[in-house]
Design a protein around this ligand. Structure first.
Ligand code: 6LW
Length: 499
């Protein structure tokens, strides 16, 4: 739905189906020839910044993670929702450029890496210490590069700043100056500057990344302004609507080879009783962009987006871990090593930090099996204070839950074999919504099979593993870790229901 404009055609599935489902927020996109590349914020999880490739904007394949060395992504304070925030991916003069903010290293300023091949290796970082803040954007006018960012200076209303930048050294070539500050809503952020013809368009996210989220735009004859706001701002929002995708905003544009334009943007899919609970984090959606009177009109229903195939099975027999595996505040090489007899040995993170080996949950209903040998933990988590877990150790399977300050062992059952399948599954709620029931977004079942068939240990309301309860900017993850006596996982299989 757009404020101030009416839809010309019934929405295609792209209005409700993400092109990249799961915790892949703050999308930024660029094109080289016929190849599109898409990158996302990833917060405390390392390696950081998942990078995807597509030829049609609709189907995407992960190439890897841009920040895959700790020299690029300094660990710092690795609490939940620290780390890598909003960013910009561009291609200029034969190079890919990626700029972002590592909130765990905030005073270092913006972090800039480049690569000839998007599969990497990406360069060592150049920092921009004179541009502290979040959501950096790069845009070139010929060879002159402009950095635009949100100074995150709550003392001053002029937070969206710009300055010419030497991207090789990270030096600002002039003092920063304010540009367009948005349409007046709170939290103007996520700037993306695009030159289209002889006009410069500055897109912003406004309203905050919750239900009031919007995308707005202004245009100018120069990169620095003066900016004229679009008369039908916001050009994208779902505020005050009953649309199944909410929090829509934080858009980035890309031009197709045929001269048409598209936009990627973030949204959430809340379910259950009011206020609605979203559990997969902020996901990436795709809209068409048409131009009327020199202004963009986003059409969220332009594309038909098929359901992304998210099923995977991993026996960890490849030389390298799949790029889906990441660690909150740690490194995969620290917490997992190939076991000589097969599978992965699971180790505790350094200093007892919370650091399981994680992979994003990408669907609303699914079943995931982790086959453990003698010991190990398998959990679904939002962060270190919100998780449901199964643990095998000393011939016993335990089901546990943590919700904020509350932590409870739910049950413990003896097992007869050393190899046990720990199963987490997610189902539609069995209750109706308030006031006819008490439905959350889903129900999570913890069960195991020690060769005698699956035994259900617990069935828990999924609302406690949602952003509306836990807060933060991330989404649900499957998590593999050691038990107190160590851990060895032989395989993991993730199967979305209905796939
Ligand atoms: C991102 C900023 C935002 O950098 O949240 O709500 C931050 N908008 O644009 C993390 O996603």
């Amino acid at each position: 739905m757009r404020d101030g404009t009416t839809r010309r055609e019934p929405p295609g599935s792209g209005a409700t189906e993400p092109v990249v489902p799961g915790f892949y927020p703050d999308p930024t996109v660029c094109r080289v020839g016929r190849d599109y590349y898409l990158a996302h914020s990833s917060f405390e999880y390392f390696p950081g910044v998942p990078l995807f490739h597509s030829r049609d904007l609709v189907s995407w394949t992960q190439l890897g993670n841009i920040l895959d060395r700790r020299s690029q992504f300094r660990r710092g304070d690795a609490r939940p929702s620290t780390g890598i925030y909003g960013s910009t991916l561009r291609h200029h003069d034969g190079r890919f450029w990626f700029i972002t903010t590592n909130m765990s290293d905030f005073r270092a300023g913006q972090l800039l890496v480049h690569a000839e091949d998007p599969r990497g290796p990406w360069s060592e970082p150049v920092f921009v210490p004179a541009a502290v803040g979040i959501d950096p954007d790069l845009c070139w006018d010929g060879d002159r590069c402009y950095l635009t960012w949100n100074a995150l200076d709550f003392e001053h209303p002029q937070q969206i700043l710009q300055a010419p930048l030497d991207p090789h050294s990270g030096r600002l070539l002039a003092p920063p100056y304010p540009v367009w500050q948005g349409s007046g809503m709170p939290a103007a952020e996520g700037p993306h500057l695009h030159r289209i013809g002889s006009t410069w368009y500055l897109f912003l996210a406004e309203g905050g990344t919750e239900r009031g989220h919007c995308a707005t735009v202004a245009r100018a004859p120069h990169p620095w302004g003066p900016f004229e706001p679009c008369p039908h701002n916001p050009v994208l929002t779902r505020r005050s609507s009953v649309h199944p995708v909410q929090n829509a905003g934080h858009a980035d544009l890309v031009e197709a080879p045929d001269g048409s334009w598209a936009a990627v943007y973030l949204g959430v899919r809340p379910r259950g009783s009011t206020p609605g609970f979203h559990v997969l984090g902020r996901e990436t959606f795709l809209a068409g962009v048409e131009w009327t009177d020199g202004w963009p009109v986003l059409d969220e229903g332009k594309y038909d987006v098929p359901r992304t195939p998210t099923r995977f099975a991993d026996d960890f027999s490849d030389d390298r871990l799949h790029p889906r595996w990441v660690v909150p505040g740690g490194e995969p090489a620290q917490v997992a090593a190939r076991h000589p007899l097969g599978g992965l040995e699971l180790r505790p993170a350094e200093g007892g930090a919370d650091g399981p080996l994680c992979a994003r949950v990408r669907d609303h209903v699914w079943t995931a099996d982790a086959t453990m040998a003698r010991a190990g933990t398998f959990a679904v988590r939002l962060d270190d204070r919100h998780w449901y877990a199964l643990t095998l150790q000393e011939s016993t399977v335990r089901a546990q839950a943590r919700v904020g300050d509350l932590r409870q062992q739910l049950t413990a059952v003896p097992v007869t074999r050393e190899t046990v399948v720990l199963r987490l599954s997610c189902h539609l709620p069995s209750s109706r919504t308030v006031p006819l029931g008490h439905a959350g977004p889903d129900e999570i079942v913890l069960s195991f099979d020690d060769g005698t068939g699956f035994t259900e240990l617990a069935r828990l309301d999924g609302r406690y593993l949602s952003t509306e309860v836990a807060s933060g900017f991330t989404g649900r993850m499957l998590a593999l870790g050691p038990a107190e006596t160590g851990g060895r996982v032989l395989s993991v299989e993730y199967v979305p229901h209905g796939s």
